[in-house]
Design a protein around this ligand. Structure first.
Ligand code: ZN
Ligand code: ZN
Length: 237
């Protein structure tokens, strides 16, 4: 194994493209597979930033942002008994300890237990347009990604490796831009938190989802290596 291989990780560019996905598809911004008898996720509004005074303290439903089925993305660390990852955003500015931006909820679901679907997804009365995704199907591209110079040991920083992708992707490395390098540890067990999913403002294909995080950067979601259900990290960069 070469030194370079030690700094390689598998990654999947989601490569969004305009389309009309259903709740049975992997997608960005389409309808979520949500059972009628389960409460929809809501944000309590306590961390809404006063940049938008009308949203301060106002409860708001999360918005279905991404859903990824195991059959399409076996690379994701699905906990036993689950086959669907659902990502929700509260599409308002939040002043959270770890980042400024939308709040995030992750739901790991067993899609086979969903029989009857919610009739209508609740819609927030106020949203920040820049956090609202357009509707996209996914045309994934699998590749090997090498660590960003910030994450490499000093002697490898200047090596000419391909750039860390800032597109929306599974796995790979954090595309440090405004911040970094930062190592995150799980607040519950102390294990390393690894890049699981990154939502990007600019897609390599040019077909952007039209959401924007930070200064046209990424909303990175890092999860515990040992247990993805331990508290995850949101990092806007
Ligand atoms: Zn919120
Ligand atoms: Zn942990």
């Amino acid at each position: 194994m070469s030194i370079k291989d030690e700094w390689a990780r598998p990654a999947v560019l989601l490569n969004p493209a305009a389309g009309e996905p259903t709740d049975a598809d992997s997608h960005i911004g389409g309808p979520m597979l949500w059972p009628i008898d389960e409460p929809w996720p809501w944000c309590d509004g306590t961390r809404h930033d006063d940049l938008n005074p009308t949203a301060v303290g106002v409860r708001m439903p999360f918005v279905g942002a991404v859903q990824l089925y195991q059959r399409d993305f076996p690379e994701l660390p699905f906990p036993a008994g689950t086959d669907l990852l659902q990502v929700f955003l509260c599409t308002l500015h939040h002043n959270l300890d770890d980042c400024f931006g939308p709040d995030v909820r992750l739901v790991w679901r067993d899609s086979t237990t969903v029989i009857e679907l919610i009739e209508e997804e609740p819609e927030p009365s106020v949203q920040e347009e820049l956090y609202v995704p357009t509707v996209n199907v996914l045309e994934p591209i699998r590749f090997t990604e090498y660590a960003h110079p910030f994450d490499r040991p000093e002697e490898l920083e200047d090596e000419d490796w391909p750039e860390t992708s800032a597109g929306t992707k599974i796995g790979g490395w954090t595309p440090w831009w405004q911040t970094g390098p930062v190592t995150f540890t799980c607040p519950e067990c102390g294990s390393e938190q690894r890049q699981m999913l990154s939502l990007g403002t600019r897609e390599p294909s040019g077909e952007n989802v039209e959401w924007a995080f930070g200064r046209e950067g990424n909303l990175n979601i890092l999860t515990c290596e040992k247990d993805v259900r331990h508290p995850f990290r949101k990092h806007v960069d």
